[in-house]
Design a protein around this ligand. Structure first.
Ligand code: SAM
Ligand code: SF4
Length: 323
């Protein structure tokens, strides 16, 4: 569906849980966040109903996120049912990779189209420092398994001055030696991310140029969103940049978000949206829900205001929003 700013809104990110088995420093406090009670979280039936109505409006791509989406049971079944909805062309997931190793075969069998694995370092000690967790080896095994199973895999890396500034070329090496894309995502000043120092994409591009030579912009479309991709000589995968802070790409924003408790969120940076859970539990019809979603999309903010104070700024952590 085209919104009031001529943007084609075709992508829905769904957080299926706010729970997580890691505690990344930019996302959560060491003790974790207080998880929502189970009955506050949307059931899979409720999620499917929202997706059916969203698909009727032109949403064709869905990303499952969290918290850690695989911390919730039955995600493969959800994927299977999402893929059966008329109009849904693609269901993908972003995961920290820890539970992926054991679940990936079932997810692929259910129809998962691609997976993004979040990984900020290839050093096991730094991994523990950043995620406050272990199982680094399992994350690496998940990456290899995804390649073996022939599913598209991208690595999401958050370059943060305090943690991995000296490790970024090692991360790029993953795309040198394997057919996977590595994406450097600028840390956004949201939740615990506000306390850390992002490394701007321009600095990483300069480092890549000095290490590997020319970065050639990719012309083909490689994802659902705002990443710009480059190829480098001898690389099997591409290097992507999501520069949400240094470059405003809101004029091309194609997404809306559904939190685990059923808040339909229209822009990452604002608290603007609609609480859908009570309406779903009150028995709202598909026709009324579709109309509500249509009206909400027309209210989608023009752009984020990172760097300036806004009145209804997002106060939730990234684990609650889903990234
Ligand atoms: N647990 C899953 C994972 O880590 O991929 C899915 C949820 S996580 C919130 C989704 C993405 O948000 C991750 O790639 C994470 O690195 C990213 N993220 C968390 N905090 C962020 C921040 N302040 N700015 C930008 N990205 C952030
Ligand atoms: Fe968990 Fe993902 Fe947040 Fe890390 S970024 S704490 S893995 S939700």
């Amino acid at each position: 569906m085209i919104d009031l700013h001529n943007r084609n809104i075709d992508y829905l990110r769904i957080s299926v849980t706010d729970r997580c088995n890691l505690r990344c420093v930019y996302c959560m406090p060491a003790e974790g966040i207080e998880a929502c009670a189970h009955d506050e979280v949307l059931t899979y039936e409720e999620i499917l109903k929202v997706c059916r109505c969203a698909a009727a409006l032109g949403i064709c791509k869905i990303k499952l996120t969290g918290g850690e989406p695989l911390a919730r049971k039955g995600v493969a079944g959800l994927i299977r049912q999402l893929k059966e909805i008329d109009g849904i062309e693609q269901v993908t997931m972003t995961s920290n990779g820890v539970l992926l190793y054991e679940q990936l075969p079932a997810l692929v069998e259910a129809g998962l189209d691609a997976v993004n694995i979040s990984l900020d370092t290839l050093d096991p000690k730094r991994f523990e420092q950043i995620t406050r967790g272990q199982r680094f080896d399992t994350v690496l095994k998940s990456i290899d398994l995804a390649l073996q199973l022939g599913i598209r895999v991208k690595i999401n890396c958050l370059p943060v001055r305090e943690f991995n500034g000296d490790h970024l070329m090692q991360m790029a090496e993953l795309a040198h030696t394997r057919p996977i894309d590595v994406r450097f995502i600028e840390l956004m000043p949201i939740g615990y991310g506000k306390d850390l120092t992002p490394i701007p994409s321009s600095e990483i591009q300069e480092l890549l140029y000095r290490t590997y030579g020319e970065l050639t912009p990719c012309t083909q479309e490689l994802g659902n969103g705002p990443a710009s991709y480059f190829s480098l000589a001898g690389f099997q995968g591409n290097i992507g940049f999501i520069s949400a802070v240094s470059t405003c790409f809101c004029s091309n924003c194609n997404r809306i978000r559904l939190t685990s408790t059923g808040f339909l969120k229209l822009c990452l940076h604002y608290n603007k949206g609609i609480e859908l859970r009570d309406l779903l539990r009150g028995g709202i019809s598909d026709a009324d829900l579709t109309k509500l979603l249509r009206d909400a999309i027309l209210e989608k903010p023009t752009q984020h205001q990172f760097g300036s104070h806004i009145v209804d700024e997002e106060q939730h952590t990234m684990a609650e929003i889903g990234g």
